[in-house]
Write a protein that binds this ligand. Structure first.
Ligand code: GCU
Length: 687
């Protein structure tokens, strides 16, 4: 054996213990990348996955960022001991079309940039040799892949993990739209007993054999229920089989209050030997949406206080590591959100694991996105496009079927009925979602009147009252009118938001022009305070989702403090700064003691007077200016205290807010400089 091969085998053995059944090797390193126009030998660069080629151009607001073809190539040594096993390549996400070649031969194409896909390579590899894997990735615009448009960047690349998976010839299927091969459906939940139907897809690529399928439901390491079935598999058969799991004294998955998860383990056995194992989460919950009472989880009303999340972030675009998803979820939890709309496309598996784990009610969706306020269209009536949308919907549902946090399948965002009218197609998607999943309701994000609003089980609207013109009261009017005219509709707010730069500070509260460069932070704060009150006062609104928790990349946007950013986030693109509006929600949604002084970045004053505002969920708060108490105040029902026209001295001012509750003191402070211009000093002296 050549030394290089020997080392590779050693490495493979370290990551793939040969005695275990399903082996998984992450193919993250040693990829060579080149664009398709770079045909000269040696033009590749060495990269690691996750990767996108658009971090420089798209993120700096280059409107025509590179949308073309990138080639990723790497060597793949195939252990001779794997002969007789089955080998698969699983891609977690490649944006947006991937053509995969092994040893120069095409394995197939996957269209859609957000879902996982799998190719079986058992008969396509050279065992005991180094094989060559090439993935030709395109993020070029095309009409046969959703989305056609969107207010976000279409970063090209293999931006999620890739795995080589080795199984026994008889395994739980990996190729059913890249699902886990196991589908758990809660049939009923009583006080003493819950009934869960499990459908398991088994794939046999060998002679007829007798196997045992065993299912176990575990609470930590304790088995709470197990079932076994003997199955006579025919040669080269694919089949689905059902098991009924009865769980005594069910412990419910109850959102953020108690996101309790069972683990389910499905194993295949032959002659006492373990052939394959798949582990899936199980959360037992019931829920429904009521047009009057809103969202009801396990029999109790739960107002969904949600945020929307795009997956990208500063510097790395969409090429995220697990720690980035974790950080995002921690920020949601800190704010006190109990729901999330993972917009506008299927997000990473890790994300849905985290929403399960932390009890965040989740809206998952396909990237069927209309143009919103921009030109172009989100739907073209071409068979290829229609087919692709259905495929992406099947992938979304099958891959994520077992996540208890997912309570809604989202079917579209801001489509228009003019031109190619998507109405009939959305009806088809709605039927498909129901045939794939008979339990979960469908929903959509609308921005206009029309038939489209009456197809899905629930409907929600994207509203920007007080940002794209208008004022927040229009939201109240819209909601009340729609509820009155259509009392049967389950109405939600899928988006509401306003842009803000942490660098844009003003003393006055002036509404700005969204497409301008001036995006003052205090307008965003005011916008959210006014909109949230309206939403909170209307129990029929089943959920509302802030657009957006994070600033995100939108190369075509030339506004705010930087090109290429949609700055409606409550947190900056790099996750380093939380804007004041974030703390308004934190004070209202998270019961942990908090106190936040707003306007801290507004360091300078020319008037010598300032309205000072703080958010707190404590009973009373005191303001001190330059060490002197200005008085104590009781927050209003929205956790807000405002001291009007507080006089400041020329030069530096030390502002402090302070609250003491049950012996614990919280403080927050800022420095404000009043310019010592003649005018200011004179003005102040006159007072
Ligand atoms: C739309 C759309 C979002 C977009 C947002 C905005 O309603 O759904 O994708 O980013 O509005 O204008 O910020």
């Amino acid at each position: 054996m050549q030394r290089k091969h020997y080392l590779l085998v050693m490495l493979a053995c370290m990551t793939l213990p040969l005695h275990s059944q399903r082996l998984q090797q992450q193919l993250d390193k040693d990829w060579d990348f080149r664009f398709s126009h770079q045909v000269e030998r040696g033009s590749s660069i060495r990269i690691a996955i996750p990767h996108t080629w658009n971090t420089q151009d798209a993120l700096s607001g280059k409107i025509d960022y590179k949308r073309g073809i990138g080639n990723y190539e790497r060597k793949l040594y195939i252990d001779p001991q794997w002969q007789g096993k089955r080998l698969f390549l699983r891609f977690e996400g490649v944006n947006s079309v991937a053509d995969v070649f092994l040893n120069g031969k095409c394995l197939g194409e996957h269209r859609g940039g957000y879902s996982a896909f799998v190719f079986e390579i058992t008969d396509r590899v050279n065992y005991g040799q180094t094989n060559t894997l090439l993935v030709r990735v395109s993020n070029a615009e095309r009409l046969d892949v959703m989305p056609l448009v969107g207010d976000f960047n279409m970063y090209g690349g293999i931006y999620r993990d890739v795995h080589l998976i080795v199984t026994d010839p008889t395994c739980i299927s990996l190729t059913d739209y890249a699902s886990p091969g196991v589908y758990l459906t809660t049939k009923q939940i009583g006080k003493d007993r819950a009934e869960v139907a499990a459908t398991v897809r088994i794939s046999n690529q060998t002679d007829a054999r007798e196997i045992i399928l065993r299912a176990e439901v575990k609470d930590q390491n304790h088995i709470v229920c197990s079932e076994e079935r003997q199955i006579e598999l025919k040669a080269y058969e694919e089949l689905s089989t059902n098991l009924l799991l009865n769980i005594r004294n069910p412990h419910l998955w109850n959102g953020r209050k108690d996101p309790f998860l069972y683990q389910t383990e499905f194993t295949l056995w032959a002659g006492g030997q373990l052939l394959d194992k798949v582990v899936q989460p199980l959360g037992l919950r019931t829920y429904r949406v009521d047009p009057e009472k809103g969202f009801i989880l396990n029999g109790e009303s739960l107002k969904l206080r949600g945020v929307c999340r795009h997956q990208d972030r500063a510097e790395i675009g969409n090429a995220l590591l697990d720690e980035h998803h974790e950080e995002d979820v921690q920020i949601m939890l800190e704010m006190g959100a109990n729901a999330v709309r993972l917009a506008h496309y299927q997000q990473a598996e890790t994300m849905y694991d985290l929403t399960d784990k932390h009890g965040l009610i989740t809206w998952a969706e396909i990237p069927f996105v209309g143009p919103g306020g921009y030109l172009d269209k989100g739907f073209v009536d071409l068979p290829e496009f229609r087919e692709n949308g259905k495929e992406q919907l099947k992938e979304l549902i099958r891959q994520n079927y077992n996540h208890p946090s997912i309570c809604f399948w989202g079917l579209f965002n801001e489509l228009k009925e003019s031109g190619d009218n998507p109405t009939a197609y959305v009806e088809e998607l709605n039927q498909l979602a129901h045939s794939e999943d008979s339990v979960r309701p469908t929903t959509a994000a609308s921005n206009q009147n029309g038939q489209l609003n009456f197809i899905t089980d629930c409907i929600a609207w994207n509203r920007y009252d007080g940002w794209y013109g208008g004022d927040p009261n229009q939201l109240a009017k819209f909601l009340d009118r729609t509820h009155r005219d259509h009392p049967e509709l389950c109405i939600g707010i899928s988006e509401y938001g306003a842009g803000a730069s942490i660098y844009h500070q003003q003393d006055t509260l002036k509404q700005t022009v969204p497409v301008s460069y001036w995006h003052p932070e205090n307008w965003q704060t005011y916008y959210h305070m006014a909109n949230w009150k309206i939403l909170n006062e209307r129990p029929f609104v089943w959920g509302s989702f802030i657009w957006n928790l994070f600033d995100f990349g939108a190369a075509h946007r030339h506004e705010g403090d930087r090109n290429g950013i949609n700055d409606k986030g409550l947190v900056t693109f790099d996750r380093k700064n939380k804007k004041d509006a974030f703390y308004f929600y934190k004070a209202n949604w998270n019961p942990e003691p908090m106190l936040h002084l707003t306007g801290k970045r507004n360091h300078r004053s020319t008037t010598g007077k300032r309205d000072i505002m703080a958010f707190t969920n404590r009973k009373e708060v005191e303001l001190l200016v330059n060490g002197q108490s200005i008085g104590k105040a009781i927050p209003d029902t929205y956790a807000t205290v405002i001291w009007k026209n507080v006089a400041l001295q020329p030069g530096k001012n030390e502002i402090q807010v302070r609250t003491t509750d049950r012996g614990k003191t919280l403080t927050d402070h800022a420095e404000i400089y009043v310019e010592k211009t003649k005018l200011t000093t004179e003005k102040l002296q006159k007072k």
